[in-house]
Design a protein around this ligand. Structure first.
Ligand SMILES: C[S@@+](CC[C@H](N)C(=O)[O-])C[C@H]1O[C@@H](n2cnc3c(N)ncnc32)[C@H](O)[C@@H]1O
Length: 273
């Protein structure tokens, strides 16, 4: 079936189970260059592809972030991590008399590890009015996508396994280490919505038997990469929060759990004192 009018498209999306069908129809109509393209996009969305993959972008912290097929879609709840990271950096600025804890002055060193599209790093750098921004991911599709977002923001993207991807000169100099690790327990991947299960790579979701395996590896090395006063921020679920905080503390950081009920977000912050 070819959908033509906004009402027809809305009806088709609604029938396919899209909760925000009217808004999605509006976005698809605005994005399509031709009726043929619009029809194809509506078909993709009605077939279950995440809206962000159909459009090629996601809105995150008020920015338009390119999201390629096969790359994790930045979630709205993760904006909480960015807000907290920016608040911590501003507090550090005040406490250090104009500089961040490392003496980073107006140009903090930000690392967005497990960066996916690079949304966190780009949003954080924008919130802080500039940064020495580095992003890294192990998945080549994510690295290519992150380059589309991070390089225009003045940052660099590295490919590889966790800290192994980073330039050695960043060791001990990172002011903000933002890491949205995969944290879904392996046994729960099958329970995720089809949009995640079918369109996001397993490496972006699977956190091992208890969902905390990647965080364990991050926490074991984070202190060595952070500057004095630098912070690790990592998203987790409410259920995993206590265990995640213990893991961060075991890495030698002062751990704190913060939540935002409205966004349904839980973040563990680890401070290198
Ligand atoms: C939950 S997604 C988060 C992506 C992005 N930070 C965001 O919030 O939109 C996790 C990301 O971690 C990456 N990843 C998984 N294991 C990794 C590893 N060992 N080293 C680097 N990146 C890894 C995946 O490729 C994926 O892009």
């Amino acid at each position: 079936m070819t959908a033509h009018t906004a009402d027809e498209i809305t009806g088709r999306l609604r029938a396919a189970g899209c909760v925000f069908a009217e808004e999605e129809a509006r976005l698809l109509i605005a994005a399509a260059a031709t009726p043929v393209q619009l029809s194809a996009m509506v078909g993709q969305r009605a077939g279950g592809m995440p809206l962000e993959h159909v459009l090629g972008w996601a809105e995150f912290c008020g920015l338009r972030i390119a999201v390629d097929p096969g790359v994790f879609v930045p979630r709205r709840r993760t904006e909480f991590l960015v807000i907290q990271a920016a608040a911590g950096a501003e507090a550090g600025r005040g406490a250090a008399g104009g500089g961040l804890a490392s003496g980073g002055l107006a140009r903090p060193v930000i690392v967005d590890l497990c960066c996916g599209s690079g949304a966190l790093g780009v949003a954080l750098a924008a919130a802080l009015g500039g940064a020495d921004l580095h992003a890294a991911d192990v998945d080549p599709a994510a690295v290519a996508c992150a380059r589309r977002n991070v390089v225009p923001a003045g940052g660099r993207v590295h490919a590889g396994d966790l800290f192994g991807a980073l330039p050695a000169e960043l060791r001990g100099r990172v002011d903000i280490l933002a890491v949205n690790v995969p944290y879904v327990p392996t046994g729960e991947i099958a329970l995720l919505p089809a949009e995640a299960r079918d369109y996001e790579p397993r490496v972006a979701l699977d956190g091992g038997p208890d969902g905390l395996d990647v965080l364990r590896r991050v926490a074991a090395e984070a202190a060595a990469w952070l500057a004095p006063g630098g912070r690790l921020l990592t998203e987790t679920s409410e259920r995993q929060a206590a265990a995640a905080a213990q893991i961060v503390a075991a890495g030698g950081l002062a751990a704190q759990v913060i939540t935002d009920d409205e966004l349904g977000a839980t973040v563990v912050i680890g401070l290198r004192s």
